[in-house]
Design a protein around this ligand. Structure first.
Ligand SMILES: *Cc1c(COP(=O)(O)O)cnc(C)c1O
Length: 395
């Protein structure tokens, strides 16, 4: 070893310089508003479960905040995706295009419909599906039959595409919407990570047939566990509410269900937490942006490390702050692993991006396009401590 300070030491020093010496987790929830008050109301009134006012209130607040016509609260983000795909017409044996670089839930939800994920590459600037590479790929391997986009290699219908807004950075939605139109695909946004993120001034999750959100414990706001569907279509909104609540026809005492429904409803106690968290969301977003600015100044002069910034014409929620190791370096994966080890050994919690889904056992036989960029992103992206209110108070 030369006497030079290593990249991993540099990174630890930079983060410690900004955030001080206490242990740093990747992403912690904060309860500094009306959480106690609303939860107490649930307990006092005994409305903790499927009945109560907070679910309606949370849905209303969500729709208002995102500018979506309708919002339907459900039990988690995966369930929201499952129902969004199902109500977009994804059926048994269809294929659904999703990025390989996403959390497992995107692929699992496709599988719950009996459909097959078709994994595609990502691009560098937005970290989402690469619309240019995808267009070329689809041109080379699909044909239209009865207006449907057919994968000529498998004979299956490619029904839908699910862009995911990685770490809160909006995907290239204009290009992806155009592509979806040209290949006759339904577009559903996995906006689980992007509450508070905007593409050309419009909230993510409101562009596709559906958008889905997650309020898991590690997301920007949390309901414990929870999710939501966003849609602009009144009929789809009604249907989504109906089949996520066991498809029961309203009646004072009769149990009549008109189709197979799901028990995907969000309990009132979770929605109560959500209402309080939504009130805090603007302050969380501001803290996260301030944290990004501090990291940006800190990482500015580090060699071989780049802090990921929001894409042009986009406003990101900066859910998870991310550094990218320079692709010029030799043995990129080794460097990444050394950074992960030293940071975590030093009480600075960091995480690599997800293992590319097409390489995981449950999905290894699924169709996938060549992963040129996604592989490099996999070897070079590292999430660093990102909670709101991490910065010292007097900053
Ligand atoms: C969090 C997340 C989901 C949904 O997760 P749940 O834990 O089911 O709420 C879906 N997709 C992505 C990309 C996510 O990050």
């Amino acid at each position: 070893m030369v006497n030079e300070i290593s990249i991993e030491q540099d990174i630890v020093k930079t983060i410690r310089g900004i955030l001080g010496e206490s242990p740093l987790l990747l992403h912690e929830p904060y309860f500094v508003g009306n959480e106690w008050l609303y939860l107490k109301e649930c307990l006092d009134t005994r409305f903790v479960s499927s009945v109560g006012k907070f679910v309606d209130q949370f849905e209303k607040q969500l729709a208002e905040y995102t500018g979506s016509k309708y919002a339907i609260a459900v039990v988690n983000g995966t369930a929201a995706l499952h129902i969004a795909l199902k109500l977009s017409g994804v059926e048994n044996d269809d294929e659904v295009i999703i990025p390989s670089l996403t959390f497992i839930a995107t692929a699992n939800a496709v599988s719950y419909c009996g459909a097959i994920p078709h994994f595609v590459d990502s691009e560098e600037s937005h970290l989402g599906i690469d619309p240019i590479a995808l267009r070329e790929y689809l041109k080379s391997m699909t044909e239209f039959r009865d207006g449907k986009c057919i994968n000529t290699q498998t004979g299956r219908v490619i029904r839908a595409i699910v862009p995911m807004h990685t770490f809160g950075h909006p995907s290239k939605l204009d290009e992806l919407l155009a592509l979806a139109k040209d290949f006759n695909l339904e577009l559903i946004e996995d906006a689980a990570e992007s509450l508070g993120s905007y593409y050309y001034g419009k909230h993510t999750g409101t562009f596709g047939k559906f958008g889905t959100l997650s309020f898991n414990g590690n997301k920007t706001i949390t309901t414990g566990g929870g999710g939501a569907l966003l849609t602009q279509d009144e009929n789809l909104a009604k249907l989504a509410k109906h089949i996520t609540t066991t498809a029961k026809l309203p009646h004072r005492w009769e149990y009549v269900h008109d189709q197979i429904g799901y028990n995907y409803r969000m309990p009132n106690i979770n929605a109560a937490l959500g209402c309080a968290q939504l009130e805090s969301l603007p302050s969380f977003l501001k803290s996260k942006r301030d944290l990004y600015e501090s990291y940006r100044r800190g990482f500015e002069n580090l060699k071989n490390v780049e802090l990921i910034s929001e894409p042009r014409h986009c406003k990101s929620n900066y859910w998870l702050q991310t550094i990218k190791l320079s692709w010029e370096q030799k043995n990129l994966l080794d460097v990444r692993n050394r950074v992960l080890e030293l940071t975590n050994d030093s009480g600075v919690m960091t995480r690599p991006v997800w293992r590319l889904l097409h390489s995981l056992k449950p999905f290894e036989l699924c169709p996938s396009m060549p992963m040129v960029v996604a592989k490099k992103l996999e070897a070079s992206l590292i999430n660093i401590p990102s909670s709101a209110h991490l910065l010292p108070k007097d900053e």
